[in-house]
Every structure is written in C-alpha cells, then in structure tokens.
Write a protein that binds this ligand. Structure first.
Ligand code: NAD
Ligand code: MG
Length: 393
C-alpha cells in the first residue's frame, strides 16, 4: 500500500489523480488532500477518500471545511497555510506526492516533498521552470524520485532508456516536443486581439484548468514545457525541437543517433501519465479508452509559427538566456494571464507584458531560492505596471 498526498486536489490534475487512485483501493491510500480555498469541493473529496489531513491555504476557508467535515462525520484533520502544505508534502507517513498546484505557489510545497526524498510526481511545471537548477540539485541531494506528469515529458521519459544518465550517453540526437497549437492555431491574426477568456479556454483536445488553458492558447505552455524539458533531461535548448501536432495523439518523441524515433501515443487523457507515474515502473489500468488509430486516420505535423505565438519565442529565448530569465518569464506570464482572465488585458498583449518585463528586469545567477524569489517578485511588480499601462489605453 502506497500513501499519497495530492497538492492541488481540487484542480483538473488533482481530480484525474483521484479518479485513477479510486480504481486501485488495494494499492493506494490518500494521506492528504489540499487546495487553495475551494472548501466545498475539498469537503466532498475528503468524505469520499477519507484522508488523514486536508489543507487549505486560506485560513477562513479551512474553518469552514472543519465544520463541513464535522457535519459529515469525517475525522480528517484540517490544517491551513503554507506551513500546512509543506507539512503534508514532507510528512513521514507519505510515500508519494502529486505536485498539482498551479503556478509559482506550488514551488515551496513541492520542494518540501523533494527535500524529504519522496516520490514526486510533477505536474506543476512552473515550479521547475522558476527554480531551475536548484530544483534538480535538490532532487539529486535528497535522492527523491522525480516523475513527470506533463504528458509530453511523461512521453519523453517513457521513450528514454533506464537508467537514464544523460542524452549523450543514451545516444539521443534530439527531443521532439509536440504541441497541439491550441484553439487559435488557424484563427486569423487580426482576430486574436479580441478573443475572450472563454474562447481561449476552449482547448480542442484537452480539458484543463484556466491558467494552463490560456497558456496553451498563447503557446506559452509549450514554451514552459521547452524549459521544463531542458531541466528534466539535462538537454541544451538546441537539442529540443517543437513540433505542432494538432491531434495530440503523439505526446512527444525521442530521436536517436541511429535514426530511430521513439514516440509515445495515446488518447489525450491525463489519467495515462498519472497512472504511469503512480505505478512506475509497473503499469495499471487508468480508465482510458483504447486509441482507435483507424478512426483517427491521420496525424499532422507543422513547424511552430513564432510570429503568431510570440510567447513561445520569448520562452525559448529565456531558455537560452538561462539564469533567472525563466523565473522572470514565468512570473510575468502568471500576472499577464490573470489580467487577461480578469478582462483587464487583451489576449495579444499577454506577450507584450512579458517582453517588457524581460527587457526591464535584470537576470541574476540563481544561487539560492532567495535570488529566485526576488526575481519572481520584481517580475510581478514590473508586469503589474505594464498591465496598468496597457489596460488604461
Ligand atoms: P487547476 O487550476 O485546475 O487546479 C489548480 C489546483 O491548485 C487547485 O486545487 C487549486 O486549489 C490549487 N491552488 C491554486 N492556487 C493555489 C495556491 N496559491 N496555494 C495552494 N493551492 C493552490 O489547474 P490544473 O489544470 O490541474 O493544473 C495544475 C498544474 O498541472 C499546473 O501547473 C499545470 O500547468 C499542470 N498541468 C496540467 C495539465 C492538465 O491537463 N490540467 C496538464 C499538464 C500539466
Ligand atoms: Mg503538457
């Protein structure tokens, strides 16, 4: 029996994780579930899965959850705040942690799980993008097992040999990172200025949280994933090629020096990479339908259009620049996307906000977490100023 903490259980990845876990009651038990402030949803999940702990970042919401659980007759203990998140990520009774908080807010709890040497299943790509080499160094030092949940990185992981000691040693020529191109792949460019959050969140293939949905529409998601792949597989930016593949059936590929290209395919359903990581190195049923290649009939591929998707261009440049550039990019993007979702910034200006932050804020060598967090704060400040300038025009 493996015990599991889910950081961000009320989100899209959290719910898919609980779906897979519920299919295997003999194999997994839930130690803790956490969320930001969605206490009704978390209460439902606690009554169903009976974790030892539930954590809400928000103290007021935690009080309401306590009441709801008392009324429901659950003896789950409710904690709150950053300390509560870190406690259930690192607790001695936990074997595995699903890191599925969205954004930089997930960094510290995820790092707590890493430092405690857990098996960490990483969905929270922003944490890795932001902290960079500090994150991977912490994994090495603690002996934690890091398994990628992002479908592309999970696919790459599956296409690489084990044990993996580096791309050169493995004979890898390049990584082919696939992406659907999102809902605006063919939208006339002049219409991109007036698209709404609802249009941006209507992804053709995947159902996801709102922030990553907007990231997919700008292709910043692929940019963050580009940086994520550099970190996870110790790849140089030149070793990664982004390929647009609208059907999202191939989740990424690895090309070897002998010309072999290995791909991982499947229906676009996050329960596949989640089940892969939960049971690794074994395989378990995930509730995912068989891939029907005959019905699928064709798979298409294109080069990414960096004119249409400036966020992807900015992210690839940040990957090449290194230092705290990815942290600045990520923080500016979080502010810009939140402003777009709040109706305060046009879709097309998301990239403009990020570009202006990258031009204004100096990068530094990310020696420790303080440097990273200062970069994050400076970028947020500069991004808010840029949003203020553009939203009043
Ligand atoms: P979501 O918005 O559906 O869920 C986010 C979760 O994080 C919720 O449980 C929320 O309560 C919690 N949360 C948000 N802010 C918080 C804060 N400040 N403190 C504590 N908890 C907080 O997002 P999602 O789509 O499930 O994505 C989660 C992560 O997984 C993201 O980093 C995303 O990029 C990554 N990811 C998601 C998918 C997908 O298919 N949804 C695929 C690949 C990677
Ligand atoms: Mg992905």
């Amino acid at each position: 029996m493996q015990t599991l903490t889910i950081l961000g259980s009320t989100g899209s990845i959290g719910a898919s994780t609980l779906d897979v876990v519920a299919r295997h009651p003999q194999r997994f038990s839930v130690f803790a579930l956490t969320a930001n402030r969605q206490h009704p949803r978390l209460a439902q999940q606690c009554l169903r899965h009976r974790p030892r702990y539930a954590v809400l970042r928000d103290a007021g919401a935690a009080e309401q959850l306590r009441q709801q659980l008392r009324d429901g007759g659950a003896d789950t203990e409710v904690l709150c705040g950053e300390a509560g998140l870190q406690q259930v990520a690192a607790a001695a009774g936990v074997d595995m942690v699903m890191a599925a908080i969205v954004g930089a807010a997930g960094l510290k709890p995820t790092l707590a799980a890493v430092a405690a040497g857990k098996k960490v299943m990483l969905a929270n790509k922003e944490a890795l993008v932001m902290a960079g080499n500090l994150f991977m160094r912490a994994v090495e030092e603690s002996g934690a097992t890091l398994l990628p949940i992002d479908s592309e990185h999970n696919a790459i992981f599956q296409c690489l040999p084990r044990p993996f000691t580096g791309l050169e040693q493995a004979g890898v020529r390049k990584i082919l990172l696939t992406g659907s191109g999102g809902p605006f792949r063919t939208t006339p460019l002049q219409q991109l200025d007036t698209v709404t959050p609802e249009q941006a969140c209507a992804h053709p293939n995947w159902s996801m949280g709102r922030k990553i949905s907007v990231d997919s529409a700008t292709m910043m998601n692929k940019g963050l994933e580009f940086i994520e792949a550099c970190r996870l597989f110790a790849a140089r930016p030149a070793q990664i090629e982004v390929v647009v593949h609208p059907q999202s059936v191939i989740h990424s590929m690895v090309e070897y020096v002998d010309g072999s290209v290995l791909a991982q395919l499947g229906n676009p359903d996050m329960r596949t990479p989640i089940a892969h990581a939960l049971a690794w190195p074994r395989r378990i049923e995930a509730g995912v339908a068989s891939l029907d290649l005959i019905a699928q009939a064709r798979l298409d591929f294109q080069a990414p259009d960096l004119q249409r998707f400036p966020c992807l261009r900015l992210a690839m440049a940040a990957a090449r620049a290194g230092a705290t550039a990815p942290a600045l990019l990520n923080a500016a993007n979080e502010v810009a996307v939140a402003a777009f979702l709040a109706g305060k910034l046009s879709f097309a200006r998301i990239a403009a906000v990020i570009e202006s932050v990258l031009e204004q804020v100096d990068t530094a060598e990310p020696r420790d977490l303080d440097v990273v967090q200062t970069a994050d704060l400076q970028a947020r400040e500069a991004a808010r100023r840029a949003v203020g300038r553009w939203s009043s025009q």
